[in-house]
Design a protein around this ligand. Structure first.
Ligand code: ATP
Length: 199
């Protein structure tokens, strides 16, 4: 499995559609300061489901939408598509090529798609969770982040190990099941109250 291409439309400084193609091996993005190199990395984490504006170096989520320049008006939406070569079947989906797309509108609405079909953020997270890539995987190491890895406390270190061991997905499922269980307990208590009242 490898990342084949990344297309940005209206994402941060990339007002016009821009596609970066990645070959197997190492890809280097070079350019002057402020030319948008980190924006490419932000686009990668955003399309994989990043929900924190701060992690994307912004104040609020809409900051990912092209805000305009002196010669160009702001845009109403940002869209990023990531195409992954899945010919080795690393992603649990029956396609040799998988394209994940995230769109965000200035009014706050957003959409996720897998190979053109609308889906939920959870579907994308589940799809990527066993692959070693994804929003919560530490595969994207931003400027200055190495320090936080080196200085992590024991709980932080455990989180890194759990992630490498693939425990994260099961932890999330457990949390979801526990939330459902809590809601069920509340319903049961309510039914018990009603039964008591009717006695
Ligand atoms: P450096 O080498 O200094 O780290 P860089 O190449 O990584 O720089 P980025 O941080 O990716 O550069 O890009 C910064 C540029 O992106 C700035 O010029 C900023 O104005 C522009 N930018 C960020 N968000 C938006 C947005 N929403 N709309 C338009 N431009 C934006």
């Amino acid at each position: 499995m490898h990342l084949k291409s990344l297309t940005l439309r209206g994402f941060k400084s990339f007002a016009s559609a821009t596609t970066l193609r990645f070959e197997p091996g190492i890809t280097c993005v070079v350019g002057p300061n402020g030319s948008g190199k980190s924006n490419v990395v932000d686009a990668l984490s955003w399309v994989m489901g990043e929900q924190g504006a701060k992690s994307l170096r912004g104040g609020k989520m809409e900051d990912v939408i092209f805000a305009g320049t002196t010669g160009r008006s702001p845009l109403g939406r940002a869209e990023v598509s990531l195409t992954i070569d899945n010919s080795d079947g690393a992603l649990p989906i029956d396609y040799a090529e998988v394209t994940i797309t995230r769109t965000m509108f200035r009014n706050g609405g957003s959409e996720y798609r897998i190979n053109g079909n609308t889906c939920r953020l959870l579907d994308i997270q589940e799809l990527l969770s066993d692959s070693g890539i994804g929003r919560e995987m530490h595969v994207i190491v931003g400027q200055g982040q190495l320090d936080s890895v080196l200085h992590a406390d024991p709980a932080g270190r455990r989180a890194f190990i759990e992630e490498a061991a693939g425990v994260l997905k099961h932890r999330k499922r457990k949390e979801k099941a526990l939330r459902k269980l809590d809601a069920m307990q509340a319903n049961l208590a309510r039914v018990q109250d009603l039964t008591d009242e009717l006695r």
